[in-house]
Ligand binder design. Structure first.
Ligand code: EPS
Length: 351
């Protein structure tokens, strides 16, 4: 085993940016040189994230497109850190409020009533903020736009190795078909309420043996679970039929193995493509549940941090349902984990 396999991160990235700040930025490190960067593909992924039934007013303002400011020359990576930028169109309306200059300080758009379900309470205690705007701006799911762009770059690397992915919405409220999803979302919107849902992400054509069983922090299912669980509003992540594993006997749960022409095959994929913390050559199937968006037009009971009196939560605008967007973000996050695993076992400096 080489040193690189012990290393946990080869393809790595950091992002920055606030929901109503000037821009969102990401720096990706560890990409090989010679990878063709298809900007149209990145932008089409950004568009997918913006779509979906039930999105709110912000998506009518933004038309997210990426600018590449380093690491790519003439359409190919150079091996240097790749920087991606998405400009927030809404910044135009927030320039003074989001200003870095001390002389621009004002109370405009500040708020002190915690929004239950959001990062407001714990974030304000942790970072000692009186104005909860300071918590909202970075905790907002707006940052998933730049994560989607990073994921699109990861997908381009995976495509080079023949790995592809897709996602499906499985349930929204009590709806299980597209028509029912729309009806459920319409109903929630009318009631000033919000809805969550369940989705799955599938990756195909993965090599056997990504991840490892030798240390807990090298298990690929653990890494993927972290990547998906940390998407804002995701509250549950499972693999294959894992969420039903408590009620299915072992004789029916485990994916028995058969052989044809010297090749192993299985008739089921309850493990979701992971055994012993490693990919097993079956499709990777990750399922997740997004909770309902916590910003409601019919606001929730809460406490105002300025005087500790009971009140109702702050509302500006919100999506009614963002499960379709969440599935696109989950694809991106998982693509980054798999790109990293590929780079660990196949540490190419150039393609
Ligand atoms: C989002 C942009 C945000 C929200 C949403 C996600 O824009 P704004 O706050 O200006 O309406 O629509 O974020 C949340 C509701 C949240 O709680 O994080 C986006 O680009 O996806």
């Amino acid at each position: 085993m080489g040193d690189l396999e012990v290393m946990l991160e080869k393809f790595r990235f950091l992002t920055s940016g606030e929901s109503h700040g000037k821009c969102l930025t990401a720096i990706i490190d560890g990409l090989p040189s010679g990878l063709v960067i298809d900007t149209d593909f990145i932008n089409s992924e950004l568009k997918r994230r913006q779509q979906g039934y039930g999105r709110g007013g912000r998506m009518n303002i933004e038309s997210d497109t990426v600018e590449i400011t380093s690491g790519v020359r003439f359409g190919k990576t150079t091996g240097a850190p790749l920087t991606l930028v998405i400009y927030n169109k809404d910044f135009e309306n927030w320039q003074k409020i989001m200003s870095a200059k001390p002389e621009d300080e004002s109370d405009e758009k500040s708020f002190t009533a915690y929004r239950p379900g959001h990062a407001d309470y714990a974030g304000s205690v942790k970072y000692n903020h009186k104005d909860l705007r300071n918590v909202l701006e970075r905790s907002s799911a707006r940052k998933t736009a730049i994560e989607t762009a990073v994921g699109a770059v990861a997908k381009l690397l995976l495509k080079h190795y023949g790995i592809t992915c897709y996602s499906n919405i499985l349930q929204i409220g009590s709806g299980t078909s597209e028509e029912e999803f729309h009806a459920e979302i319409d109903k929630a919107k009318e009631a000033g309420d919000t809805l969550g849902g369940k989705f799955e992400v599938v990756f195909e054509n993965l090599p056997v043996g990504l991840g490892s069983y030798v240390q807990w922090d090298r298990a690929i299912d653990g890494k993927i679970a972290q990547a998906v669980m940390s998407i804002p509003a995701v509250k549950s992540v499972s693999f294959g039929n894992g969420q039903h594993g408590y009620k299915i006997p072992g004789s029916q749960f485990h994916d028995q193995m058969y052989s044809e022409n010297g090749k192993i095959y299985r008739k089921t994929n309850n493990a979701g493509g992971v055994e012993g913390g490693m990919t097993n050559g079956e499709n990777l199937v990750v399922k997740a549940v997004m909770k309902p968006i916590p910003t409601l037009r019919t606001p929730l009971n809460t406490v105002d941090s300025s005087n500790m009196t009971e009140t109702t939560a702050h509302f500006e605008r919100s999506d009614t349902c963002a499960v379709e967007a969440c599935a696109v973000v989950a694809e991106a996050r998982i693509a980054c984990v798999i790109a990293n695993e590929i780079m660990l076992v196949n540490p190419a400096d150039h393609l």
